[in-house]
Design a protein around this ligand. Sequence first.
Ligand code: CS2
Length: 489
Amino acid sequence: MTRLSAKTLSNVPAGVALPKYDRAQITPGIVHLGIGAFHRAHMAVYVDDLLADNPHWAIVGASLRRPDTKEALEPQDGLYTVAVRDAAGTHPRVIGSILKVLDANTEREELLALMASPQIRIVSLTVTEKGYCHDPATGELDQRHPDIAHDLAIPTAPKSAPGMLVEALARRKAAGIAPFAVMSCDNLPSNGATVKRIVTKFATLRDAALGEWVGKVAFPGTMVDRIVPSTTDADRETVAGLIGAEDAWPIMTEPFTQWVIEDHFPQGRPPFEKVGAQLVEDVEPFERMKLRMLNGSHSTMAYLGYLSGYEYISDVMGDADFVKLIHGLMTEEAMPTLDMPGVDLGAYRDQLLDRFRNPALKHRTWQIAMDGSQKLPQRLLGTIRERLKAGQPFDRLGLGVAAWMRYVTGIDEKGESIDVRDPLAMRMMAIAADAGNDAEALYEGLVALTEVFGTDLGENQVFGETVATHLDELFEVGVKATVAGVVGG
Ligand code: CS2
């Protein structure tokens, strides 16, 4: 079978949507750091929709960690398939907005030179929570992070995202070129303000004057939403059958997509509003809503679901007790903490439940369970803090936290090992090994991780009682019975 590429594009069967512009005429206006599946299912699709009328906003992507995306896309001239799936079928579309992918490790100079050139007006990022090298509980730069220490020692050859951004900005400053806008598209709380704080701190540590200059750069916040499971070999086969060509890395996703963007781009931006994005003055209420409702539910389902033997989120949604739990978590515990004039939160919740049910989207609980130490603060703990302050119960959120604690022991209910992926995995498993099956000791050990829980939660008696009680139940009666107990089943 031939490989998808510029040359073979004309052989793709009618019915498969193709780029509606001449790829020879488009030039880059955006550099995107972290060219993973999420970016390719989300922002790259919006950009693909607007390039016909705005040809100077194409994307050059960079991978900071692994060269695998470059290896997949280079022989395809940057082309790849986005396959939208639901119960009605799989709908493929070829995306052309990514002109090139650079490997930040081996092509660092080319990448930095491009980021420093005036044609680049936006640098966007999806480097996941841990890619910002920060302390998730406080949102501050983690100065002891090995990549940060490296980048401060050798600032012209950076490895980390903050190091790359600051080196490119320093080159622009030296050349008298106005800064690009930095647009984080990661699930961080207040992602614009948080990334600004981290990057400005890093710049200040390099040089005070540079820090001051970077402090004036625009960091528009965003709320991004599309569920994107990892691609499997079976997906590759399905897509090859649909497009009549081999695509080394197609992206599978859902029909739903949402993007809310703070309108702060001093060097200009493409007309994102013409292709479905919402441009707003303050994105934070949208972020909070999404992190607390969608992602909070996701993480809770991931830990409890994985431990119950459910491989996919759609399997979790087949269990009535779990649906009750998630419905209650959103309705009783998350929604009262949100202030969203003009948004029907009940309808938002129901739409989320439908999205979670999508039977064609094989979204692994294990995938969502990854990097919990980086995710818990904004998904569950922030909501819990607000409820604690108001003296309100948070039983279901507390169960979500307990399930994470049970999961990171690295041993499931059958005594089999769990592949726990998390920057703190080694420390957490050592804590679990010390605690054995003593839920109280495990709770005490994990809550002392201040980069996750801050310094307040470990001292809070109500928090301790709620979470440790659930953790004890998880060990004593197992996950399913604990969930049934919480929902009154
Ligand atoms: C998920 C998110 O993997 C995870 O942690 O909760 O990636 C989620 O699918 C997206 O935020 C949806 O927009």
